[in-house]
Design a protein around this ligand. Structure first.
Ligand code: SF4
Length: 368
């Protein structure tokens, strides 16, 4: 479903499309560079503030473009320094963005590593059985501007908290970006690839490709397409089942793209980018936490030279599944470790503010 805002956002434009649009308005091409410097280097989205543009031009551009299409509604902060933002879009849809801060111990100093997790769709059509976003179904894709607008809101929040300056090229206030919020990013391929271009390009944020991760439930053709965009980002694959039988129970997408096809596409991505891929594995009691699953997962991870992230299941209101106890989680991870696989057993962040994808939005929509 294609959403058309009343006015496009300046964040919807690439360097190329902005030059073309300005040209059609008889505005010289060098103005595009000036505008994008305001937006991405100074974090300024209001044309009124773009003091090196003539007044009439500022007025015309303000009439043509909206600034940030993402309107913050509610911030929640958990005890472990996870901030969750619920925002409203022009059509009344809600999305959520999460800022996760993890302590990073350096030589003689301690600082925080900030990861921003953005949404790429309103809801999701993929219906993974453990996921809140799947519960409410799919509404629409986000635009490129709505994806990028989330970074600006997080940057503003960081500035408000006095932690860093607003979003700017030489001081983007976060260290990692993950497309792991609401929605299947690869089902909204063009807008996500466009946002990645704005994040990474010299005219944009100049954010390092290896600090950007796209997480997918396993859309095989789009994984190959992503490998070909020429920006060497990282890939995380939500596996959650190490055999077709178990994975299909948890993730309906597995019936369309079974594990063998998925692994071939992941291998293609890995070879193209020469980057270690991450396999995400949510541990759910009596569903996928057996030692047989751990052994099968170890085989897959070794064949791909992949890192495995084991994530204890995050309880979702309305869903029955449970998280395995700590002993069982550790036993599962040990099988992988003993097989020589690089594995992390995640201590989950933000549980008390519903940081699993889609939960905050779902609460908002069920109370509103
Ligand atoms: S886990 Fe991702 S792909 Fe699956 S339903 Fe949730 S948002 Fe969609």
């Amino acid at each position: 479903m294609k959403f058309r805002p009343q006015k496009p956002s300046i964040l919807d434009e690439s360097a190329e499309t902005l030059s073309e649009t300005l040209k059609s308005e008889k505005i010289p091409g060098f103005r595009a560079k000036q505008i994008q410097e305001w937006v991405y280097k100074k974090g300024e989205l209001s044309f009124d503030a773009m003091s090196n543009l003539p007044g009439t031009m500022r007025e015309a551009l303000s009439g043509k473009y909206a600034a940030n299409p993402v309107e913050p509604v509610l911030w929640k902060r958990s005890g472990d320094d996870t901030h969750k933002l619920l925002s409203k879009l022009e059509d009344g849809s809600y999305i959520e963005t999460v800022l996760i801060q993890a302590p990073m111990v350096g030589v003689g100093q301690e600082k925080s590593r900030a990861t921003v997790c953005v949404s790429s769709q309103v809801g999701c059509a993929y219906g993974c059985k453990f996921c809140a976003s799947g519960l409410a179904g799919f509404k629409r894709n986000l635009t490129r501007g709505e994806i990028l607008g989330q970074f600006f809101r997080i940057g503003e929040r960081q500035a408000e908290l006095g932690e860093v300056a607003a979003v700017r090229e030489d001081h983007v206030p976060f260290d990692n970006i993950v497309f792991m919020g609401m929605g299947e990013p690869l089902a909204n391929f063009d807008a996500v690839a466009g946002a990645i271009e704005s994040l990474h390009s010299d005219w944009g944020f100049r954010f390092g490709a290896r600090r950007i991760t796209v997480s997918t439930s396993g859309l095989v053709p789009e994984i190959r397409k992503l490998a070909d965009i020429g920006i060497p980002i990282r890939l995380a694959v939500s596996l959650h089942g190490a055999t077709d039988e178990v994975r299909s129970k948890i993730m309906p997408v597995n019936r369309r793209y079974p594990i063998k096809e998925l692994l071939e596409a992941v291998q293609y991505f890995r070879e193209k980018h020469n980057r270690m891929v991450t396999l995400e594995f949510i541990l759910i009691e009596d569903i996928n936490d057996s030692l047989d699953q751990a052994t099968a997962l170890a085989g897959i991870a070794k064949s791909l030279h992949a890192h495995v992230n084991c994530i204890p299941y995050n309880t979702v209101d309305g869903l029955q599944w449970k998280r395995p106890n700590m002993r069982r989680q550790e036993k599962f991870a040990r099988v992988l470790k003993e097989a020589g696989v690089s594995v992390t057993l995640r201590r989950e962040k933000g549980h008390d503010i519903s940081a699993a994808c889609g939960q905050l939005r779902l609460k908002q929509e069920t109370v509103s």
